[in-house]
Design a protein around this ligand. Structure first.
Ligand SMILES: [Zn+2]
Length: 301
């Protein structure tokens, strides 16, 4: 089966956000839509491959964050059926709450970063059960519910490859595997469960939305991911115990990330790609929320 990685050139960065076009015996399908701000780029690149947006009758989403699902409504408006986790289905039908809370975080940057998110008709939304298999011609997409990054996360297995969304982390241009930890769902134990599940699938290739096929073996990939996830979580827990405020925590967190990146010879472009795909300040907020809400009792230990 032919899989095309489409670079959405998010904010002018190459290799920050991907969508994947899969050629099946029943036509092309898309995995991830990217945000609506890059919809025109998606359209142009699909056309450059010899297809039209309207050819896409099926869209598989890893989860409903804007960078993965923001343009889903525009594909649905062209007739695509959208496969999503049951916890995300209602938000696609009515994205008001999602856009309101994002606007509080991104303020006037909202439109530049993500663009519109509009309602999708219920008849075009398929809430996908765990381990459900969706057959499109000769392509069998298996849904694995994989919480940790988001409660509404699915990793899509297609034969021996997995489209891993964000639950398998971010690795760009041969750089390290890092976990994106935005609010509100980050949960370390759930994420560890998902990592062990994905390790068992032992995919031949992991397709990361940020960005492309992981250059590492499955074992190396997930060992980096889990190691860094636990380090990030511990760092924020320690800073919270020390009573640091959010700006002190963000400074300390950025210093930690920079130290980690300094082992790799990153140029400015490479750093910008990581920041665009996975802004550090979001991880500070996400992990603070995890420790204070989900695991508040652990802080006193
Ligand atoms: Zn993402």
């Amino acid at each position: 089966m032919k899989i095309h990685t489409i670079d959405l050139d998010f904010l002018g960065n190459s290799e920050a956000i991907a969508a994947f076009l899969v050629e099946t015996s029943a036509g092309v399908v898309l995995v991830e839509s990217g945000p609506y701000s890059t919809f025109q780029t998606l359209k142009n690149k699909i056309e450059a491959l010899g297809f039209e947006i309207a050819d896409i009758r099926h869209l598989f989403l890893s989860h409903i964050h804007f960078d993965h699902a923001g343009a889903a409504w525009a594909l649905a408006a062209n007739g695509a059926k959208v496969y999503v986790h049951p916890f995300g289905a209602g938000h696609l039908a009515n994205p008001q709450k999602l856009t309101d809370s994002a606007r509080k975080i991104y303020l006037d940057q909202m439109d530049i970063l993500w663009g519109d998110m509009k309602n999708i008709d219920d008849s075009l939304i398929h809430a996908t059960a765990d381990e459900e298999v969706i057959k499109i011609g000769d392509a069998h997409f298996k849904s694995w519910h994989t919480p940790g990054h988001a409660n509404h996360h699915i990793a899509w297995q297609l034969e021996d490859v997995v489209f891993a969304g964000d639950v398998a982390g971010v690795s760009i241009g041969g750089g390290p595997v890092v976990p994106p930890c935005p609010p509100p769902d980050i949960h370390i134990d759930k994420w560890k469960y998902s990592i062990s599940l994905l390790k068992k699938i032992n995919a031949r290739a992991l397709y990361l939305t940020h960005f492309g096929i992981s250059p590492f073996s499955t074992e190396e990939h997930f060992s980096q991911l889990e190691g860094t996830l636990l380090e990030y979580a511990d760092l924020i827990k320690t800073l919270m115990k020390e009573g640091k405020n959010i700006s002190e925590m963000t400074t300390a967190f950025n210093a930690y990330v920079n130290m980690q990146f300094s082992k790799y010879q990153f140029d400015e472009k490479q750093e910008a790609r990581y920041q665009a795909a996975n802004p550090a300040f979001m991880s500070v907020t996400g992990l603070m929320r995890y420790w204070s809400k989900e695991a508040g009792d652990l802080l006193t230990q």
